[in-house]
Design a protein around this ligand. Structure first.
Ligand code: F6P
Length: 524
């Protein structure tokens, strides 16, 4: 049995979960009239109501003890001190530096000079874009920007560009391409003109097959439209930690915006990888996003567990995953503009904590990250909510509601639906009339209220989820900052592609892959 499972805090939680098994959310609310208020926490523009979770004061006390036992506060300080907490790659995880305003940070190995320098270069570039001063080879003003990237070099900027749609300044249209399937780029380029299109090639490593393939196709498209002899450098920019790799693709030095090996891809939207967002909303608004994230950093670093939103969300997830056997968590934003949030969180949470080997190299005997999934409400209600209400599985839900100070009728309808769903999950329908109509209730959810769907509040929200993932990783004794699980598949794909094209020896392959390869080759 692992040290974690044997630990007093874990064992106490297991015992308490058995005790709580007999109670219901309705009973918990009935026994404490102040429950809704007591289990609501606010930080900046975010309010978390976690009263509809299957916890009592004792459960929360024991969960806080688990976090203390895992030394979460000490690990937070280690992260902010720039210690190499990404052990398998011997690197710090310093995404917090990207939103810092400190003159030097962290103590001892300052990165702020580089961070500030890049921010200033981004500002100049973004302002040129906004003024219409970015021009293509023929001298015409750039009107469309296509971000080519995948994973962390795509999902964050894609999600935020969409979420901040109402803050877009007119001028530049943003597009995103990630799939190695040419259909992605082809569909995006339909209706765009080579003369007025700029490509941002975003890749931390600049070795990612999908991105390099799409960058090559983009170049071919430009050449076909502008002529082989055209100088294409004005049609490319790059965000990368591999400056030499970008130069090799022909991106001019002034257009390469660096990031660093101490930023994980899925934590990089605050860096030059956020360039599409900055081009869409302007650099001042982008800095508000950073400000929001920084405010959440302060909240996370200074608040005790019982008022610490990221820590509370992490501990609640641990509660369900490890003591109720929950396999998944749904994220349902009641906002069409937040429609990409579940996809963004899938990478952040599952690539960070989808692991079964702990920091000491041992296999865990407890579950780690759940499957994160979701879609925007209200369409989700007419799709998968049936299972949430009456299915056999326990699926904790994050309801995310953006409620503006002067809400429109449409926003009111969205919020009403979200609250109705959360209440129906928690309390069911007391007089269903017939068993098949019964909603049993007792199904937990968090309600996350965003004061506005605006840059600062989104910065807070995303940093909140980053820190939630961090706390989970610490308690589960994982390195949340590597992703070795995706490497092997990349290597295999590289060896299979030539054999699909040209045939050749397949003796090293398993029988299933060998037979599928043979079947696909018969199409030739
Ligand atoms: O394959 C997974 C991954 O390594 C992610 O962690 C990363 O965000 C993505 O690929 C893209 O990597 P890069 O930015 O280096 O192209």
């Amino acid at each position: 049995m692992s040290k974690l499972v044997r630990s007093p805090a874990w064992q106490a939680l297991a015992a308490h979960r058995k005790k709580l098994g007999a109670t219901s959310l309705a009973a918990l609310f009935a026994s404490d009239p102040s429950r809704a208020r007591a289990l609501t926490v606010e930080a900046g523009g975010i309010l978390l109501d976690y009263s509809k979770h299957l916890v009592d004061a004792e459960a929360m006390r024991l969960l806080a003890a688990l976090a203390a036992q895992a030394q979460v506060p000490q690990w937070i300080e280690r992260m902010f001190a720039g210690e190499p907490i990404n052990g398998s790659e011997a690197r710090p995880a310093l995404h917090v530096a990207l939103r810092s305003r400190d003159a030097t940070f962290p103590a001892g190995h300052d990165v702020m000079t580089e961070v500030r320098g890049t921010r200033e270069r981004l500002r100049t570039f973004v302002e040129e874009g906004r003024r219409g001063a970015l021009r293509g080879a023929s001298g015409r003003t750039i009107t469309d920007v296509v971000n080519i990237g995948i994973g962390g070099s795509d999902l964050g900027p894609r999600m935020l560009t969409r979420a901040l749609r109402r803050f877009h300044k007119t001028g530049l249209r943003l597009h995103f391409v990630s799939n190695i399937d040419p259909a992605d780029l082809e569909a995006t380029l339909t209706g765009l003109a080579p003369e007025t299109t700029l490509f941002i090639v975003a890749s931390k490593t600049f070795t990612t097959a999908e991105t390099l393939e799409n960058a090559g196709r983009a170049r071919a498209w430009l050449e076909a439209g502008l002529g082989k002899s055209a100088d294409l450098s004005s049609h490319f920019a790059a965000a990368t930690a591999n400056v030499a790799g970008a130069a090799a693709l022909g991106v001019s030095k002034e257009r390469v915006f660096p990031l660093w090996d101490w930023v994980g891809g899925r934590y990089s939207v605050w860096s030059a990888v956020g360039l599409p967002v900055a081009l869409a909303i302007g650099m001042d608004a982008f800095e508000q996003l950073l400000d929001g994230a920084r405010a959440m950093d302060v909240h996370f670093r200074t608040s005790p567990f019982e008022r610490n939103i990221p820590a509370l969300l992490a501990l609640l997830e641990i509660w369900y995953v490890n003591f109720f056997g929950a396999q998944t968590r749904a994220v349902i934003p009641y906002s069409e503009d937040l429609r990409e949030l579940p996809a963004y969180l899938q990478q952040l949470e599952m690539e960070s904590n989808g692991k079964r080997i702990d920091r000491d190299g041992n296999e865990t005997d407890y579950d780690t990250a759940p499957v994160v999934w979701g879609a925007p409400g209200t369409p989700s209600q007419h799709s998968f909510h049936q299972l949430l209400h009456q299915g056999t599985r326990l699926v904790p839900v994050d309801f995310v509601i953006a409620y503006e100070p002067a809400p429109s009728a449409a926003q009111t309808a969205l919020a009403a639906n979200a609250l109705a769903q959360a209440a129906a999950l928690a309390f069911g329908n007391p007089t269903p009339g017939a068993p098949h109509k019964a909603l049993p209730g007792n199904r937990p959810s968090s309600v996350l209220l965003l004061a506005r769907l605006a840059p600062r509040e989104l910065g807070e929200l995303i940093a909140m989820y980053e820190h939630k993932v961090f706390v989970e990783g610490i308690v589960w004794n994982l390195n949340s900052f590597d992703q070795w699980g995706v490497e092997h598949g990349k290597v295999l794909a590289r060896t299979l592609a030539p054999r699909l094209l040209e045939g050749g020896d397949a003796a090293d392959l398993d029988a299933s892959t060998r037979s599928l390869l043979a079947r696909l080759r018969k199409h030739d």
